[in-house]
Design a protein around this ligand. Structure first.
Ligand code: CMC
Length: 447
């Protein structure tokens, strides 16, 4: 190792053997595979890192989104989220995420046209949707229908061709709002509304959601703009749970519809995209401002979490939550105040002063106020994670493309620490003792 290489390295001494190893440090990171050479004996497999939930493991190199969680900074392709929220549109931001640069007028027009062109869905998707029960959760419907798109576009399997990838990107961005709106109308038994290509991306989505008997649906410009900004705020968030799911499933070289369906499924969970829905349930359960202290006490005692608070990466106020809080007030001027707002504000005030939350650096995240806005706009709570999915789709797609083009990426296949039984001989069923399941160990019910 040269002097400068030595200065950029980590020396590890294995106290089991007394041997020392120098591991290169690149971009503030060591390669986990460099640990493999560290062995206690010749038969030893080599040292592994143990990191459930990837708390300190980088799974890829990416140029899309930058987050500094301590400072509360979020940038897409270098542009601060605050500037994009104020000056950009969702489709323009989607272009930026995908291509790395902001478009000029002509490119934006072509991009917009191409996505609008793909807003309709095959009529068999409509029939597929009819198979869901009347009370099916729209997010479950979205997971299923996005996955089903892979059967409509078998050409999408050709992930190595740029033109094919571009086509799937346009199709997905075009069809996600259509299928999202269909999942909502299905639950109400309402007829589906065809896309209106005269409207903006977000205006068209509102039309497909809420159009009734009127000949032309005119979205309220304040609400249309607010929703567009919310989509921008959700558009990417580097290696979060659902993006990791997209990359992990995509690493098998499956088509992007299957990979994005995996992202939707991951987003469905209450610890991720389902949190905005959970916030509303939580506020309803609390019921009134005077019951907040008792609720906070119960959270501190470990019975449940304060939904919409805390983040793996942000140990400061989530910059998206700050913007959303501002938008909330503008939306409420149009729609009237959401009655849950006062409770949310009081909950935030108390939590931000409470030692439990301060010590753990738990601040409101993107989901704390977004649900209040969605509710005031007329979206039912079940639609909240679906709205998150529409916003996150360009991020998932940009990350998927980055992965497909990255020569260092391989099929995702973590290691494990095996703690199970040693090798043992198969016992014929007649010879087995009556109860072989150790209930205490596995926590299972009686068999
Ligand atoms: N309420 C009460 N305590 C909490 C909360 C919360 N919302 N979040 C974390 N904690 C506590 C947790 O109990 C633990 O305490 P201790 O050290 O005493 O055991 C400590 O803070 C660290 O928590 P953690 O679970 O190790 O943190 P994490 O990074 O694994 O989890 C999180 C991050 C977002 C899953 C978690 O904060 C949470 O469950 N929040 C509520 C759900 C939520 O709002 N999710 C939306 C996230 S933002 C949207 C998105 O990007 O998906």
């Amino acid at each position: 190792m040269s002097d400068s290489e030595h200065r950029n390295s980590l020396t590890i001494t294995d106290n089991r053997t007394g041997k020392s190893y120098e591991l290169p440090i690149e971009d503030g990171t060591i390669r986990s595979m460099d640990l493999r050479q560290i062995k206690a004996s010749d038969e030893d497999f080599g040292l592994l890192g143990y990191d459930p939930g990837y708390l300190n493991t980088a799974s890829c190199k990416s140029s899309i989104t930058y987050i500094d969680g301590d400072k509360g900074i979020l940038r897409y392709r270098g542009y601060p989220i605050e500037q994009l929220a104020e000056k950009s549109t969702f489709l323009e931001t989607a272009y930026l995420l995908m291509k790395g640069e902001l478009p000029d007028k002509e490119r934006l027009a072509v991009w917009t046209y191409n996505i609008r062109y793909h807003t309709e869905v095959h009529t068999n998707i409509t029939k597929f949707m009819e198979g869901f029960r009347y009370d099916a959760h729209p997010m479950g419907i979205l997971v299923g229908t996005v996955g089903a798109l892979s059967t409509f576009y078998p050409d999408a399997k050709d992930i190595s061709h740029e033109e094919s990838r571009k086509l799937q990107v346009r199709r997905l961005l075009g069809k996600i709002p259509t299928m999202a709106a269909m999942s909502f109308r299905h639950s109400l038994g309402l007829p589906y509304v065809a896309p209106d290509t005269e409207l903006s991306y977000t205006g068209n989505f509102l039309s497909m959601m809420f159009k009734s008997m009127e000949r032309y649906y005119k979205p309220n410009p304040v609400l249309e703009h607010a929703l567009d900004v919310l989509f921008i705020l959700h558009a990417d968030h580097e290696q979060n749970c659902s993006t990791n799911a997209v990359r992990s499933v995509g690493s098998s070289n499956v088509d992007p519809y299957s990979a994005i369906a995996a992202g939707c499924a991951a987003l469905y969970g209450p610890l991720h995209g389902g949190a905005n829905e959970a916030v509303i349930h939580m506020l309803n359960e609390i019921g009134s401002i005077d019951r907040i202290p008792a609720f906070i006490k119960s959270v501190k005692e470990g019975s449940g979490r304060l939904m919409g608070f805390g983040h793996r990466v942000y140990k400061n106020y989530d910059p998206r939550a700050k913007i959303i809080k501002e938008i909330a007030f503008r939306v409420f001027e149009e729609t009237g105040k959401n009655p849950l707002l006062d409770m949310a504000l009081e909950l935030e005030r108390i939590a931000l002063e409470d030692d439990y939350f301060v010590k753990r650096k738990l601040y409101p995240n993107v989901d704390f106020y977004s649900g209040l806005i969605y509710q005031a706009m007329g979206f039912p709570t079940e639609m909240f994670p679906v709205l998150f999915a529409i916003g996150r789709t360009p991020g998932w797609l940009a990350q998927w493309i980055e992965q497909v083009k990255d020569p260092e990426q391989k099929i995702a296949r973590p290691r494990q620490i095996y703690l199970g039984e040693e090798c043992r001989d198969f016992m014929p069923i007649e010879a087995r003792p009556k109860k072989i399941v150790d209930e205490a160990k596995f926590g299972m019910c009686r068999i």
